[in-house]
Each structure stands twice: as C-alpha cells, then as structure tokens.
Write a new protein. Sequence first.
Length: 332
Amino acid sequence: MCCTSLCLKAQDVQYSQFYANPLNLNPAMTGASEMTRIGVNYRNQWPGLDQSFTSYSAHIDHYLFNANSGIGVIFNRSEQSMANLSVSEIGATYSYRARLGFRSFLRFGGQVSYIDRDAYFGNLVFGSQINDQTGAVGDFSGENLGLDSRHQFVDYSLGMMFNNEKAWFGVATHHITQPNISFINDQESRLPIRFSAHGGYRIDLSGGSSRSFMNDRSGTKDLTLAFNYKNQGPFSQLDFGAQVNLQPMVLGIWYRGIPVSEITQTNHESVIALVGISLGNGIDVGYSHDFTISSLGNANTGGANEISIRYSFLAGLAKGAGRKSSMPCFKY
C-alpha cells in the first residue's frame, strides 16, 4: 500500500521519556540543568511485529555560568527493518537564559543538524514484478530506485521556554526550512515542520523548597502534571500524564492519543508506565513500557520498551556552583 500511494506522510522519531532527552524535545532546554549532562536513550517500538522500529539517542550539554548560556551536542539514529532505512543525525544546540524575576526565566534556543538517510531497496517487491498467473516474482520492477540510496541535508530548529520554580511552558519548531528528503534525483519530498508545545506544574507534597527538589535531597516528595502536544503535517498527538517523585524513585503514567476530536475519529494510541531511580553520584536510570490501546492491540505489537541513562555533574569552577536550575520539569 505504501509503495503504490500517490502521497506519503511520515512523522519524526518520538520518545516516551522525552524529558530524559531534553535537547531532542526543545533546543531551549540546552544547559537547563545548569550542570553538565551526558545521556543516552534507546527505544524499541512494536517488537511483537515482524518489522520493528528502533531508535537511539545520545546527548551532552553544559551550562556556561559567565555567559548565561547552554551549549550541547546531540546524536540521533533510527532504523526501520523493512526497507533497511536508517536516519542518522548529529546536531549542535545553543540556548540563552534571560532572567524575568527572582525565580522566573525565559530561555531561547536553536539547533543546526546534519542528517544522513540511508536505505536498501533490494528487498522490496512491487506489484509490477509479480506474475498474476503463476505468482512468480520477476527481477525488474520498473521503479526508478537503486538498490542502495543515500541522501544528506542540513536541518534547523528553534525553541523557547519559560519557567519559574513551580511551572514551565515551552514551544519548539523543528525542520523550519522543510528540507527535501527524497532519494530520487530531481524529485521533491519535503519534511513537514514539526511544532510542539509542552508544559507542566509541580505540586510539593513534602513542604520542601524547589532547591531541595532539584538537589535530589532524600525525603523529597512531589507530584508533577505535564503535557506535550505535537503536530507534523496531517498528524497530531497529545501526551499528558503525571509523575510522583519519591526520592530516590520516580513513578509515572502517561496517556498518548487524541481523546476528543470533531474532525476525525478519536485516536487512543497507548498508555505508558514509567519507573525511574537515582542511583547516586548524579546517575539516573529510567525504564518505560508503552501498552498499545489502539486497534493494533498490545498482544500483536508488544508495545514499546524504552530505557534512558543520564549522568549529571558540575564541571569546572563555575560561578553559582551547587545552585542548580530551578526548572521543575519532569525527570523522565
């Protein structure tokens, strides 16, 4: 069906633990921890199907106290097994933090990336290759595709985020130039702009201050409510959920889908359960599982498994050392 369609639309890679991959969510979050962070993410989507989808991500960012700025590098890679399609991205991010009040800030960020798309079409079978009498598959399909194709391009993204000690709200725009991603020369296939809006509110359950929350002191208890809305081309998606922080453990649950729509049918995609733990010395580990609630069925797809590992530390002699960020975002 995909091979015979006149118009194909696709979405970017997504992570359930998107706050454990902050540079991928919004370039304005570069350096938002006001520490140095190194993180890796792995996602295996629909392992129960014959053709699964895996994605990897790694990032490092650092906050420059004397410049009120964050700098970072991000690497993304995704692999589709059906067409052996892989997409690799390496990008540089920058953000600037402006103070609006005693504990309220506005961050602006940008990202520039180099992206490589690689696909092997030798395993694809088109209808023109099949003999409708015998069912035999011929060698030549008549399609203008080489066996192995690669395409590279440069991509740009922008974002901004506001936060105080209890709430945050951000917007990000990826693929602002809508680069051409077609494998075929003289053909055009534009990557749609991806717009996202995300925010949340933290409720203190222990009477502690935000400073003790961000410093991960024992006994910290809080509940955080958040959402993340995304739109790309004809697709829209809403994630909303809650995380309970009971140091050193975090428990969370998300709903993904469009529960109410006047234009199209409701789209209930998945329910996501998450558990995270701080191992000490700045190491955080998270695991989440997506339970498919769409018509695909969780028994058929196997849902999705995702793991994140993050290490945060203070590098160098920095002014404001030990203060850490007052941004109350989700940990995972």
